[in-house]
Design a binder for this molecule. Structure first.
Ligand code: AMP
Length: 429
């Protein structure tokens, strides 16, 4: 049997309704901040990511789905969205036409990681990017927006961690200090960290191994080596968060793996999802446009893992797993000779925006009624029999068993009754 590839998933009802719920929340909140959606291709030239994200990052070094296509192009399935958004803005000169570009996205991403709970090879992110301003208000906005989304979804066990990486100048100075500190501890580091010592020394902070953690706990802190300007930027971001009553903690070890970050970096982690606890992350990336050969375009963004957020919601029992979605109407065909009429009636209600089901399996009347019950239909419309010969159909309210007769062309009358009942249900809720 052919199966879905390891680390990928099929999604269908009742899971898909959870995805829609999450996506609806994301769109509403990000659009309230006046971000508009951007969609970029699933694959890009590999060099976009190797130049943008950096050769010495895990994503580029180990995790990308890259291949040579039949035209000898080296292409990669996108592992993240930031580089693609920047490429798109530069390619279409959006930054020249508009001083500030604000985009959000909901998209699949691809990374060849070892699959485990909360870690897939095709996963999905929503996120936002704003290009064209160095304002610390935007750094804060990139934390406030996902915070609002998570709160709106009903999540509770999450916390915000922030740090600042400053400008490349202060970071370079700090890297020398860190190198000095680590030189005589080099032999105690893990093999991976020894490699990072040469290639991407800040990333040693990301190590999850106890031997590295102990050493890094006592390492000099990047925050102590930032310039006054860097610190002012960071101070403002913290003040904005405090004013908006967002709880956060400073995590001086939060460096995030990518080369393009400057100034603020942040993560939101959850206690509800196990080892892979980061729900989302982001930061300012003023360097990226230059890495792609363009003038500096100051920018900041975040990316959130949708599978992990849904997992957190499930673990925090935010979904009512028992509750089946109910449909308003099931059209019951009382005999085979009215199949076409039943189908046409269903069509009329569907065109009027009522979710309607009808039988396609030549079921008996009893079996159709059973199916209507299984679907939680609030009403059944009985088509056929003597009434139908007299151009009448019967609408039955399933809960009470009450029936009302309508003339077959009185769809408005039927619609009124169904809508009234939907309205009453809503008020009750
Ligand atoms: P990153 O782009 O690595 O900063 O990731 C941002 C967010 O995407 C993370 O906090 C996770 O929630 C999610 N994420 C990253 N990689 C994966 C993966 N392999 N599977 C599922 N979610 C992921």
């Amino acid at each position: 049997m052919i199966k879905a590839i390891k680390g990928t998933k099929d999604t269908f009802s009742p899971e898909i309704e959870k995805w829609h719920f999450l996506e609806d929340n994301v769109r509403i909140i990000l659009e309230n901040f006046n971000y508009t959606e951007i969609r970029t291709p699933i694959f890009e030239e590999t060099s976009l990511f190797s130049r943008g994200i950096g050769e010495n990052t895990d994503i580029v070094g180990k995790e990308m789905y890259s291949f040579i296509d039949k035209s000898e192009n080296n292409v990669t399935l996108k592992p993240e969205m930031t580089a693609s958004v920047m490429r798109s803005v530069i390619e279409h000169s959006l930054h020249r036409n508009k001083p500030l570009n604000k985009f959000y996205y909901i998209s699949p991403m691809f990374r060849q990681e070892r699959p485990q709970a909360g870690r897939l090879r095709q996963f999905h992110q929503f996120g936002a990017e704003v290009l064209g301003s160095n304002s610390p208000y935007l750094d804060a906005e990139m934390i406030i927006m996902p915070y609002m989304i998570l709160s709106n979804l009903g999540l509770e066990n999450f916390k915000v961690k922030i740090n600042s990486l400053g400008t490349p100048q202060s970071r370079e100075k700090y890297k020398i200090i860190l190198k000095e500190y680590l030189t005589d501890k080099f032999e105690e580091l893990s093999e991976e960290s020894k490699r990072r010592f040469e290639t991407n020394i800040l990333r040693i902070f990301d190590s999850k191994l106890e031997q590295d953690i102990q050493i890094m706990n006592n390492a000099p802190k990047l925050l102590d080596y930032l310039s006054e300007e860097d610190l002012n930027h960071f101070e403002t971001v913290k003040n904005i968060l405090e004013n908006t009553q967002i709880d956060f903690e400073i995590d001086t070890k939060l460096v995030r793996g990518l080369d393009y970050y400057t100034h603020t970096t942040f993560e939101i982690v959850s206690e509800s999802v196990g080892a892979q606890s980061a729900l989302l992350g982001g930061g300012r990336y003023n360097l990226l446009s230059k890495q792609l050969g363009e003038d500096e375009i100051p920018a900041v963004g975040f990316a959130a893992g949708m599978e992990r957020i849904l997992l957190a919601m499930t673990n925090e029992k935010l979904f009512n797993e028992e509750e089946q979605p109910k449909i308003p109407l099931y059209v019951v065909r009382l005999s085979e000779d009215v199949t076409a009429q039943a189908f046409n009636l269903a069509l009329l209600f569907r065109m009027d925006g009522i979710i309607t089901e009808v039988d396609y399996l030549n079921r008996s009347v009893k079996a159709q009624m059973r199916e209507a019950n299984r679907l939680g239909a609030k009403f059944t419309l009985l088509v056929g029999g003597e009434e139908f010969q007299n151009e009448k159909i019967i609408l039955k309210k399933m809960e009470t068993g009450e029936s009302e007769e309508f003339s077959i062309d009185d769809t408005d009358g039927i619609l009124n009754l169904i809508s009234k009942s939907e309205y009453e249900d809503e008020i009750e809720e």
